[in-house]
Each structure stands twice: as C-alpha cells, then as structure tokens.
Design a protein around this ligand. Sequence first.
Ligand code: GZL
Length: 306
Amino acid sequence: TLTACGSGSGSGSGSGTITLGFSQVGAESGWRTANTKSIQEAAKAAGIDLKFSDAQQKQENQIAAIRSFIKQRVDVIAFSPVVVTGWDAVLKEAKAAGIPVVLTDRAVDSDPSLYVTFLGSDFVEEGRKAGQWLVDQYKDTREPVNIVQLEGTVGAAPAIDRKKGFEEVIKANPNMKVIASQSGDFTRAKGKEVMQALLKAHKDIDVLYAHNDDMGLGAIQAIEEAGLKPGQDIKIITVDAVRDGMQALADGRINFIVECNPLLGDQLMDIVKKVHAGEKVDRRIVTVETVFDQAKAREVLPTRKY
Ligand code: GZL
C-alpha cells in the first residue's frame, strides 16, 4: 500500500498523494505560528504532501515561492497574501499552468476568477466587534475619549478592514476620537516602539486599539515603562486571542479581545482534496470566532488550543 504521507516528489498525481504548495506570510506573531502549526499538522493528518515556504513578510518571497510551486507542478497552491495588491501576474501564471489557487487568512484585490476560494475571517466584522465593545463601555460619558490605534501591516487586508470596521462603529459616539493611528506591522517589537512614541506625543490617551495581540503586548511594555497601568490608565482592545494575549486579558492588562481563529488547517485540507477531485467549493468560507472579556478569558485559558 502507498505511504500516504510519502515524500511525494514531482506532481504527486502519480502516487495518488496530493502535493500542496503553501506560501506563508512569515512568523511575525503568535497567531502566525499557530496558523502554521495548524496547516502542517492538518496536511500530515490528511496524507497531503506539503511544500511549505515562509516569506519573512516579504511579498517578493511569496511570489517567488508560488513560481517555484508552478515549476514543481504541485497539484494545488494555497497562500496567505501579505498584502492585498500585486498578485495578478503570478495568479495568471498559476491559472495558465492549470494549477488551482486557494487563498487562506488574508484576501487579495485581484480578479476573483484567479483563485478558487478565500478561507478566512471577516476582518471588518472583527473591527466592528472591537468598536462596539468600546461604544458600550463609554455609552454614558460625555467626556472626550482619546483613542490611539496600532494598525497591522500596511496594505494587509486585516489592517485595512479592522480599521474600517472599528472607525465605522465608534462614529456612534462623537466624543470618541482616534487621535493617532500608526502601523506596528503586527509585531511586538514595532508595537512597543510605536507606542513609546505615541506616549511621548500624547499625554491624554484613554484607549489603545491594537490590530493584534502581539502589538498590544509590545505596547503594554511601553505603557508600564511610562509608569502607567495597562488595562486601567489606558484601556486596551486587541484582536487574535492567542495564549499570551488571553493571559494578559485574564491578568487585567488587556480589557477585551476579539478572536481571530488561526486554526484553518483542517478546513484547508478539505478544500484541497475537493479542488483536486474537481468538486465545487464555496467561493468564500468565513471562519467561526468569538470575543473575550476578562472573566471569559480566566474561564477558558486552561483549555485554549493556541
Ligand atoms: C489575521 C492575520 C493577522 C493576525 C496577526 O488573519 O492575517 O496576521 O491578526 C498576524 O497576528 O500577524
């Protein structure tokens, strides 16, 4: 009998093992490493031969990886596009080579006929959930509420849409103002660096909205080094709900987290098998996810998978 998880060279169609080429953004955050682990474990469990590439958050590395997968004649290509633009040429090359492409995690601005489906979260909805919690927290105040925003990677779908959803909802309360908004590139280091600068420039920050836990955790270091109490002097809302973020939430240093589920591996492998078998898959598959306050975080922490 064929070893389902064999090394699977070449097209993979010979031995019946499906070969999947996957181009990952990088390893910039706890979310990303959880997402990578999910994809690698799911491929093994599904008997799919995974060729995995880490782009260190550079689009040119993702494009090179996709071209390499085309040359290797993989059966299916999947990737998480670091930014929304600049993919038309390489997606047309994959189409010309007859290799189906699956988008995971982040979206692209390209012509939808160039990929089979997009499996990932609704980032505008995540931004709305963050904004709604804040509007509810301050519904009775007439005082100004000064917000600083740590945006994700410039040009990335989650950064564009989490900003859009959040700013749309907080319009409900004219006292709420985003007094500064800057990219922290989804990393702790950059999140800390940008927050240090914001704390120097603004003495009246009430709220931090960070597009992911990692930038929020970096900002917390800056806030504490400035002698302020995160979660009290400055309310903090983040997105992801990875372990370190949930621990900070449980400890009261973050006030609210909107979950962004990184465990896309099993769904991706199901899609890959269907696509390879020529079966129809939905054009858009939205990830299921929730929100957490401090009490909920304390309750679920022991059983969190990531
Ligand atoms: C969201 C994902 C984002 C996470 C960040 O689906 O693309 O990228 O929110 C990660 O933590 O870096």
